[in-house]
Write a protein that binds this ligand. Structure first.
Ligand SMILES: Nc1ncnc2c1ncn2[C@@H]1O[C@H](COP(=O)(O)OP(=O)(O)OP(=O)(O)O)[C@@H](O)[C@H]1O
Length: 339
């Protein structure tokens, strides 16, 4: 049994539903429709999200007083009591985790079955190493049945560099025997123009996940840092950039946990002057600093190998060892190396 199959057993539809207590439920606990609308407008669509937001941030919503926020928190706690679980219960909840294949079996093996839901996965590397191609491949694979490494869901794609190509989706769909037009219908795409817009789009995906429960299984942000680097270019702006980035990553992490979505972030590299001269690959480090390093549960470093070969190195994972795997980029997307 592959690691992916091992995780994908007996979670009932009712248990899956528990993840998605819509905020409308709060009406039965004394919260008015007008306030629920305000929460929704702020991107808070589930009772869990109410719990995840701090009182301080809820108070920033126009018209929300201390008393109102207290009442809201109380109502949310009644519906989803915050308490400890046994490790066995956590183990059962972890069975909800789904894996989306990257398109390369060798790479899936080192990842434990593909990239997983409920956390953030970051792939970084120099230009042309296949980050965008991997993102395109997974948008198609996410739609496939579980036994094919898919998640039987739709994908959302936030494109910050203008590199999303429907034609690549068509070609990848053909490789997997999926109707290309249907594959395109199952992917929602938005072009982000600045880092604030990128944040708003993430909020929109959150709303789509709440409205169409259990439908979206993959969210791609290609790339997570590009617009931040444009918007905050001076050294003096670095601390503000990291603060804003932190807020965005926290939101992405909440989205992935609440809605059981696999979040795939691509990232650029920069020269690392402190790296050893002996290892050519080690002289590049991902941008985004410690904030991004901590937020990404899984980090994969992609680099070019010999000829068509590309190499992925798993560098940070909560449950898998550091290992390397080779892959290639083909007309049908990311795949195993053939020669
Ligand atoms: N249809 C195709 N068939 C085979 N290889 C392709 C195809 N389309 C693109 N490629 C290859 O994919 C590589 C580009 O990959 P990709 O766009 O994913 O890079 P990237 O890591 O996202 O780089 P960047 O940082 O510049 O965005 C190029 O080497 C290109 O030749």
């Amino acid at each position: 049994m592959s690691p992916a199959e091992e995780f994908q057993d007996d979670i009932s539809a009712e248990e899956e539903e528990e993840l998605f207590y819509d905020i409308d439920e709060l009406q039965n606990h004394g919260i008015g429709q007008a306030d629920i609308q305000k929460l929704r407008a702020a991107g808070i669509c589930t009772v869990t999200a109410v719990q995840m937001w701090t009182r301080r941030n809820l108070l920033k919503i126009k018209g929300f007083s201390e008393a109102k926020v207290d009442k809201l928190k109380e109502a949310a706690t009644k519906l989803c009591p915050a308490s400890f679980n046994t490790a066995m219960e956590v183990s059962h909840q972890r069975k909800r985790v789904i894996h989306v294949s990257t398109g390369s079996k060798a790479l899936d093996v080192i990842l434990g079955g593909g990239i997983c839901s409920m956390s953030l996965t970051e792939a970084y590397g120099e230009f042309r190493c296949g980050k965008t191609q991997m993102a395109h491949t997974m948008c198609v694979v996410a739609q496939l049945p579980r036994e094919m490494g898919g998640a039987e869901g739709k994908a959302a794609y936030i494109d910050t560099e203008g590199t999303f190509r429907p034609d690549r989706i068509r070609a990848i769909a053909e490789r997997f025997g999926v109707d290309p037009e249907q594959a395109l219908e199952n992917i929602i795409v938005a072009r982000a123009y600045n880092s604030e817009h990128q944040y708003e789009l993430i909020q929109k995906v959150e709303q789509s996940c709440a409205e169409e429960k259990g439908v979206y299984k993959l969210l791609v942000v290609d790339s997570i840092m590009a617009l931040f680097r444009v918007d905050y270019s001076g050294r003096g702006e670095l601390s503000e950039r990291q603060q804003k980035l932190n807020i965005m990553l926290a939101r992405l992490a909440r989205l992935s946990e609440q809605f059981n979505v696999a979040v795939f972030l691509t990232n650029q590299v920069q020269a690392d002057p402190g790296a050893s001269m002996m290892f050519a690959a080690a002289d590049k480090k991902p941008v985004g600093g410690h904030i991004l390093a901590h937020a990404s549960a899984t980090r994969i470093f992609l680099r070019k190998g010999r000829g068509e070969e590309r190499v992925a190195k798993l560098l940070d994972s909560p449950d898998m060892a550091e290992k390397e795997a080779s892959y290639q980029i083909t007309e049908g997307g990311i795949s195993d190396l053939t020669s």
